[in-house]
Ligand binder design. Structure first.
Ligand code: DX5
Ligand code: ZN
Length: 221
């Protein structure tokens, strides 16, 4: 399984997002992870569909939206219009998760389920049938640059064991860096979301290459 690297724009310089996108694309990033926060589901605010639409005009790789919002349904049509390829919604925020995942697919996007660190993997049991990818949060969402929660490696392994379809993507988000990548990939992670590990390095290509070679180590473990 090819491991995908998805830089999280949350750690980029918001005053020059077009150049930040170009830099990680040139570095070989596979997707661009966009963190939408509403100040309710998480204690932070970022950006919404109008900004995503403008960013899409500068991006050549798929846009991966992570909705940290209480009312995900409202944002799905404008994100589809903006050109987003994948959307992850939090199981903790979606009362009618089956419907929300169906709407994401009807809008032509891949449907993802995000789980907070304390949310049991078993919450996926029914939903996996309607899910294209899982987003395992390895920090409590809301902020970049937090410390990775080590128990999430075992959670990734348990989710991988649950997936019937081996092509189901398991993304991991939060505190992902050189120390954690080999174990995450060995456990079954297939997409690595990384904010500060990539944008915190002046040489984005070196940062992406390093994660990729550590991921290859984990895949061969
Ligand atoms: C946290 C976000 C993450 C964050 C990751 O709420 O979902 O995508 O940007 O940043 P790092 O890699 O710095 O932990
Ligand atoms: Zn995220």
């Amino acid at each position: 399984m090819n491991i995908r690297i998805a830089p999280s724009l949350l750690a980029a310089d918001f005053a020059k997002l077009d150049r930040e996108i170009a830099a990680v694309e040139a570095a070989g990033a596979d997707m661009l992870h966009l963190d939408l926060m509403d100040g309710h589901f998480v204690p932070n605010l970022t950006f919404g569909p109008p900004v995503v639409r403008r960013l899409a005009a500068h991006a050549h790789i798929p846009l991966d939206a992570h909705l940290m919002v209480t009312d995900a349904d409202v944002w799905l049509p404008p994100l589809a219009t903006a050109g987003v390829a994948r959307v992850a919604v939090h199981v903790e925020a979606c009362t009618h998760l089956h419907r929300t995942l169906a709407v994401i697919r009807e809008l032509g996007m891949s449907a993802g389920v995000a789980l907070n660190p304390a949310t049991p993997a078993s919450f996926l049991e029914e939903a996996l049938e309607w899910t294209d990818f899982v987003l395992v949060m390895s920090v409590n969402p809301g902020f970049g640059g937090q410390a990775f929660i080590p128990e999430m490696i075992n959670k990734v392994a348990r989710i991988r064991a649950m997936t019937q379809d081996p092509t189901t993507d398991i993304s991991v988000d939060g505190g992902v860096g050189p120390d954690t990548v080999p174990a995450l990939v060995a456990a079954g992670a297939t997409t690595l979301v990384a904010g500060s590990t990539i944008f915190g390095e002046p040489d984005r290509r070196a940062a992406v290459d390093r994660l990729r070679s550590l991921a290859a180590q984990g895949a061969n473990a």
